[in-house]
Design a protein around this ligand. Structure first.
Ligand code: GTP
Ligand code: MG
Length: 315
């Protein structure tokens, strides 16, 4: 069988190459981290060369508790096997499985929340309509201003939806931080100048319908046109389907996102979309949001939290 071997610095890069070169339905045969702990090697077949593998791989009789658990909780069987074989030991209880998975995830999935303690941080939240960008921004603003005692400012770039500015204004008032509103390159630059003393500037953006491609191009120009480096986090709903995720990642690539923020974990029944979003985009996971309460329902994404979600624990 024409087997292909891909080596890359991270698992998601190796899997992205598999997908790009062999297609989304490529069959993954194995994956391992090479000696020395650096690169990952993935062996795979194109779907048409893998007649024996056409059907989704059910967990084998010998599958570990962890592998069966992950498949039952919706994870792609190949990815489930990959995480399970890399987990240390032979878990016998749910707790051991979750702990083992967390160790495996720490090796396979990148986690990196933007540093709210950096001397200066400009962070924009982008993403599809209604995923929770504004609510998440308010949670992060409260964490930075009230807990970390940073000087925070907010810029709203959402003059598009009626009531959007009022929504973020209420949060800014509640937290006690200044708000600027902008709609184009020059007003955005003016807003940045007005917030020159802020250490953490959070930028709320408008969600746009999937077909409105021009709007994201305009937003990219605004966010990346000044001397200030704006870090972008792409927000995705944990309950999204694979096609929606892939579409969102592709459409928002023009905004040059650095991380993924996964919202509404509390509403999702399964968490495979988090892994798909990471693999599809190759972006590290920043924050998870777990409810509507501001500021409580946000936390930094960690291997332990993701492991608990994937193993079916309540989040
Ligand atoms: N259950 C749950 N609801 C959430 C979460 N985050 C936000 N929401 C709710 O989702 C709805 C939309 O939230 P917004 O923050 O306005 O979403 P948005 O992405 O800013 O929406 P647009 O600006 O219109 O694109 C609100 O009812 C929020 O309370 C979460 O983590 N869990
Ligand atoms: Mg909003």
């Amino acid at each position: 069988m024409p087997e292909h071997t891909y080596t890359a610095q991270s698992l998601d890069r190796a899997l992205s190459r598999v997908k790009r070169e062999l297609g989304a339905d490529a069959v993954i045969l194995s994956s391992r981290q090479l000696a020395g702990g650096g690169a990952f090697e993935v062996r795979a077949l194109a779907a048409e060369d893998a007649t024996d593998f056409q059907q989704p791989v059910p967990a084998s009789k010998n599958a570990s508790l962890l592998e069966r658990l992950l498949i039952r909780n919706g994870l792609d069987p190949q990815i489930a096997r990959l995480f399970a074989v890399s987990a240390p030991g032979q878990p016998r209880t749910l707790r051991e499985a979750t702990e083992g998975l967390a160790r495996s995830l720490a090796d396979h999935v990148a986690f990196a929340a933007p540093d709210l303690d950096a001397p200066r941080k400009h962070l924009a939240l982008v993403g599809p309509t209604g995923v929770g960008k504004t609510t998440t921004l308010a949670k992060i603003a409260a964490e930075a201003a009230l807990i970390r005692q940073r000087a925070v400012g907010i810029i709203s770039l959402d003059g598009y939806r009626i009531g959007a500015v009022q929504q973020v204004e209420q949060y800014a008032d509640l937290i006690g931080v200044p708000l600027e509103v902008a709609s184009d390159v020059s007003s955005f630059r003016r807003a940045l100048r007005r917030l020159a003393d802020a250490e953490v500037v959070l930028i709320d953006t408008a969600g746009r319908a999937p077909r409105d491609k021009a709007a994201l191009g305009e937003l990219a120009e605004i966010l990346h046109s000044s001397d200030v480096e704006v870090e972008v986090s792409l927000c995705m709903n944990a309950a999204s389907r694979t096609m929606e995720l892939e579409d969102a990642v592709e459409r928002h690539a023009v905004l040059l996102p650095k991380t993924l923020t996964i919202t509404k974990l509390d509403e999702a029944l399964q968490y495979d979309a988090i892994v798909s979003a990471h693999i599809t985009s190759g972006l590290p996971l920043a924050w998870f949001t777990t409810g509507q309460r501001v500021p409580e329902d946000v936390e930094m994404a960690t291997p332990e939290k993701l492991a608990a979600a994937l193993c079916g624990e309540e989040v």
